[in-house]
Ligand binder design. Structure first.
Ligand code: GLA
Length: 401
């Protein structure tokens, strides 16, 4: 559905829910993301290479003068209202916590905020690992800046959004998702150093190539607890290795050579986890070099290796993700395929030759459904828009008709 239709239907809902005329509504968008390579490296101070997608969260908002925030989710048809003076996590409306967390933290930073009515609408499948939550946080942060007339450095906004998720929502995620949602651009890979937050946008898609996302439509309940467990295991790895490499602060600082030398001192499982992270960081650097050299076959191979490592060493894949990736590997015209995001379900990311995309879609759909009974969701990434205000172009009414 095009943006005009979406904003029109949000506006209609706005009038219904808030009983206002809705003429002074402002719209903001923030995109979801797909991670091309560099999985579970962000919280190890490492490197990542995500890209924004053409699926996004849209907010529509206007000020109100009574110090209340009134939120409505278009997709869930649910509302929630609270006072700016009492912002606490919601038990029954977890979608609202991403918004509340951002509001809470801006206030904590001493920013004076006005009350507002706000609708959130989105077309990023929730819980599919495409970062609808980071997009909600970023869209909220941009909306608050516009409504209240203050401007922050984008990197500070990213950090605040990550804190909202860590401290308010209670998910201990890294910085990748919020970073790419605010700063990324479509059809460009964002090469980010998660320690220094230096980044580069690398154009890599041409007419002959597509990024295709396939949703397994499964989501394991394990995702949250296992995620935190992996973080702990990495920290444990660092404390073991510190005995021999006292200068390291994170797995990012461990070279492949020194890991080879000292890995015999690590317990088996910790060794596997560290091995994934250390090699995955190298794979991101090699991917960036390959993209710069236009060597997309090499990039595809690195994606495949990343999947194997996530499956065997980091153990965050699941049978459905493995099946989908294996079908892709066997399909003609696929340069690379891997699971993407935190794991335990969600999506795969595939680099596919443009002239083979239709065949690829057929093959994945048919074979995945045959084996699992689930109809997967498949979509080919198109150029999307950067996070920011949506300029609504008034519809021209032609005279004389
Ligand atoms: C989730 C987190 C990210 C990152 C990935 C794994 O998407 O939100 O910060 O850790 O998992 O790469």
């Amino acid at each position: 559905m095009d943006i005009e239709k979406r904003t029109e239907r949000i506006k209609a809902r706005f009038k219904d829910v808030f009983s206002v005329d809705g003429e002074d509504i402002t719209f903001v968008r923030a995109p979801g993301r797909v991670n091309l390579i560099g999985e579970h490296t962000d919280y190890n101070d490492g490197f990542v290479l995500p890209m924004t997608i053409d699926r996004e969260i849209i907010t529509a908002f206007q000020a109100r003068s009574d110090g209340l925030i009134s939120l409505h989710s278009y997709n869930f048809s649910l509302s929630c209202q609270f006072s700016l003076n009492k912002i606490e996590p919601e038990r029954n409306a977890s979608w609202a916590n991403y918004v509340k967390g951002v509001i809470y933290l801006f206030r904590e930073q001493g920013i004076k905020l006005s009350g507002m009515n706000m609708i959130l609408e989105g077309n990023i499948s929730m819980g599919s690992g495409l970062s609808s939550s980071a997009a909600m946080e970023v869209a909220t942060a941009l909306s608050l800046q516009l409504l209240n007339g203050f401007e922050w450095e984008p990197i500070e906004v990213v950090k605040l959004c990550q804190r909202a998720e860590n401290e308010f929502v209670g998910v201990n995620c890294g910085i990748m998702d919020q970073f790419v949602s605010l700063i990324g651009e479509s059809n460009k890979a964002l090469f980010l150093d998660c320690r220094t937050l230096n980044y580069q946008l690398i154009p890599f898609l041409n007419e002959d190539l597509r990024v295709v996302i396939c949703n397994t439509k499964v989501k394991r309940g394990l995702a949250g607890s296992e995620y935190n467990k992996r973080r702990k295991e990495c920290e444990e790895g660092v404390s073991y290795l510190k005995k021999y490499l006292p200068d390291i602060k994170a797995l990012r600082d461990v070279t492949e050579d020194s890991f080879e030398k000292y890995k015999c001192f690590l317990p088996g499982m910790i060794k596997k986890r560290c091995q994934h992270v250390i090699k995955e960081n190298q794979r991101v650097l090699q991917s960036v070099a390959a993209l710069r050299a236009g060597d997309l076959n090499k990039f595809g191979k690195l994606m495949n290796e990343s999947h194997e490592s996530l499956r065997d060493k980091y153990e965050v894949s699941c049978p459905e993700l493995d099946l989908m990736v294996e079908i892709a590997w066997e399909t003609e015209g696929v340069l690379g395929a891997r699971m993407t995001g935190g794991g335990f379900g969600g999506c795969t990311v595939n680099l596919v030759k443009e002239n083979k995309v239709a065949e690829f879609e057929r093959e994945i759909f048919k074979r995945y459904r045959e084996k699992t009974g689930i109809s997967p969701e498949i979509y080919v990434c198109q150029a999307g828009k950067k996070a920011g205000k949506i300029e609504i172009v008034p519809v021209k009414i032609e005279e004389g008709r």
